[in-house]
Design a protein. Structure first.
Lengths: 410, 219
């Protein structure tokens, strides 16, 4: 067996393991996917909305929070991070209209990232629970209520929601709409084993005592929402996800913005791994699964890309040299005889893995049907599977480079 | 409150091990079936080889005509040429076991035998046919060499298609570690492969077009 075959088999084994793990968790919990604990206590809740140059969205974001059917929502704190547009003025109008419920504050100087304004806003929170919503996010009216019941368990530190994509005009946004649904489905499954690794920015709620215990968000981290989740898990708190609590968010609709966002996510993830590396195989679910899972996913992606580039690179070089020689000697560049259709065991494994992965994607989408939008077209699903996912490893490589270079800016 | 089951990690591992193990078993069995198929071909070819060899011996006694001997050699060469192609395709798809490598070596030995037999036939029966030996490196990692071998294969195949039954085409992997083959090659002072040896006289190390090869054959 050659080295490449061994690498491929190890890769396949790990990929099968993760896939079977998710399938098993699903089978064992499928009747509980949308289960939410009843709200037995109206916990007082404040929602902090970090805002920067969001004059086009901030009004609607505040309005959707005002439309929430959760009676314990006591405060909506909009933190303007020294916007240069009319965001502050717009938010102030809501404060005037809803005195006592909406509070608009401004950071003394621009903090440069969401974590800074989130922590600033947290200073004004006196309630049992503290939630966060991005300035371009729109929680559904029942979203918050669906998350509250989890806090009856005193060991629960955070509850997160399902993000759905609001802007779907562009194709790249439609692909992200599929991706977000698969992520939400997967995250819910991880929740059943206590392995949720991120509480998203568009809508997550934290127990205030837990939030204070971990000293809020790490402002040095580019993905403060991943870092705080790991911190809470490391402190022994449980993290849950309410699949029925949906929040619509606006995603990047051009390749450049998308690429920058993904680099930031990955670099932030790497910063978090670096910060908690000592927990590897030590600290509860963080060290025994979340951290290895994170690392493994990335290693698999990078190895997969490396093997692919190596194989394609070799084929390309041989093909180039052969073509050159074939032209010189007036021989056919490609003949049917050269095409080898004899299947190998590796192909068999690859096909099975691909089919299972595709079925998993379809299952995730079947669990995330929306009244507001049409179902995803088969073309989009195929593009997501065959093209979009293949870009992930490339992002990882670039992110790794940026991480090594010490990228710190958004 | 929601419960979580940590057993699922071990259950998933068990399922993965079982699926993977059976997958590998299927793979080994599948590759084994190809080996059986190749062995079947080999057994039949071995009979043909012996037949050609005995025919050659009979010629010495004057019982058999040269045309029958040449015909026998060419048919045998064509047969193992096609079988070699099948073997190479199976080998390229064989990932779990190395069993086909042994079959490849056996075929190389058979082709060496054919080459030796062809030399004798050439000596006995003159220039009514041509013997082209294509000596290449089977396990080379050198990409330029792989590309060169790829082109040589196509050129020789085209030549065979054009010249049909007047050519005995014998491709042999020189890295099979066969003493008989090494001794045959020693006589040509070859320093690097691939090379094409025409009628045991001309050695070509540079890739040459079909028409140029035909010129060599017609000399």
């Amino acid at each position: 067996m050659d080295t490449l075959t061994v690498v491929f088999l190890v890769y396949t084994f790990l990929a099968f393991y993760l896939l079977f793990l998710f399938c098993l968790i699903y089978v064992q919990n499928k009747s509980r996917m949308y289960e939410i604990p009843l709200v037995t206590k109206q916990y007082a809740l404040s929602i902090v909305v970090p805002c920067y140059n969001a004059e086009k969205q901030i009004g609607e974001t505040i309005q959707t929070l005002l439309n929430s059917d959760y009676k314990g929502l006591k405060k909506i704190i909009v933190v303007d991070d020294c916007s240069t547009d009319n965001s502050y003025k717009i938010a102030k109008k809501f404060e005037k209209k809803h005195p006592g419920l909406v509070l608009v504050v401004q950071t003394p100087k621009n903090t440069g990232r969401a974590a800074g304004s989130k922590n600033y806003g947290a200073r004004f929170v006196k309630t049992d629970l503290i939630g966060f919503t991005d300035d371009d996010s729109r929680p559904k009216p029942n979203a918050i209520r669906g998350m509250i019941g989890f806090f009856d368990d005193s060991t629960v530190g955070a509850v997160t929601s399902r993000i759905l994509v609001l802007n779907r005009e562009k194709f790249i946004a439609r692909l992200q709409a599929i991706e977000y649904k698969v992520i939400a489905f997967t995250r819910k499954l991880l929740g059943f084993v206590g392995a949720i690794y991120v509480t998203n920015g568009p809508l997550s709620i934290y127990r205030k005592t837990a939030f204070d215990k971990v000293h809020g968000f790490d402002i040095k981290n580019l993905t403060e929402d991943i870092e705080i989740t790991w911190h809470m898990v490391a402190e022994g708190y449980k993290v849950h996800m309410a699949l029925s609590s949906s929040v619509y968010s606006i995603v990047p609709d051009n390749a450049k913005a998308w690429f920058r966002q993904r680099i930031r996510w990955n670099v932030g993830g790497m910063q978090t791994i670096n910060k908690y590396k000592m927990a590897f195989l030590k600290v509860g679910m963080l060290g025994s699964f979340i951290l290895p899972f994170f690392v493994l996913s990335w290693v698999l992606g990078i190895i997969g890309l490396a093997v692919l580039v190596y194989r394609i690179g070799r084929i390309f070089i041989i093909r180039y040299l052969s073509t050159k020689l074939s032209i010189e000697t007036q021989t056919a560049i490609l003949t049917l005889r050269e095409i080898n259709l004899t299947p190998s065991i590796l192909l068999f494994f690859g096909v099975v893995l691909f089919i299972l992965g595709f079925v998993f994607t379809l299952l995730a989408l079947a669990y995330s049907r929306e009244k507001e939008f049409k179902n995803h077209g088969i073309f989009s699903i195929l593009m997501y599977t065959f093209v979009y996912l293949l870009v992930y490893p490339v992002l990882l490589i670039v992110s790794l480079w940026e991480f090594i270079r010490g990228k710190q800016s958004w | 409150m929601l419960k979580s089951s940590k057993h699922v990690f071990w259950e998933a591992l068990l399922i993965t091990v079982v699926v993977f193990f059976f997958g590998l078993l299927i793979g080994i069995a599948y590759e084994g079936s190809r080996l059986d198929e190749v062995n079947q071909y080999y057994a039949v070819s071995e009979i043909s080889l012996m037949d050609a060899f005995v025919l050659g011996s009979n010629t010495d006694l004057g019982n058999v005509s040269c045309s029958a001997l040449i015909d026998s050699n060419i048919k045998f060469a064509d047969r193992i040429y096609e079988e070699a192609r099948i073997l190479e395709q199976y080998e390229a798809a064989g990932k779990v076991t190395d069993s086909l490598k042994l079959a490849h070596k056996k075929y190389d030995l058979m082709r060496t035998f054919l080459w030796a037999n062809s030399i004798r036939t050439l000596e006995k029966c003159g220039n009514d046919f041509d013997v082209i030996v294509y000596a290449y490196e089977y396990e080379t990692r050198d990409l330029a060499k792989k590309a060169t071998q790829n082109v040589w294969s196509k050129i020789l195949y085209d030549l065979k298609q054009e010249r049909g039954e007047s050519i005995i085409l014998i491709p042999i992997a020189v890295d099979s570690n066969l003493a008989s083959l090494d001794s045959l090659l020693d006589g040509f002072n070859i320093t690097q492969f691939p090379v094409v040896i025409i009628n045991n006289k001309i050695v070509l190390s540079e890739v040459t077009s079909v028409s140029e090869l035909e010129n060599y054959l017609d000399k």
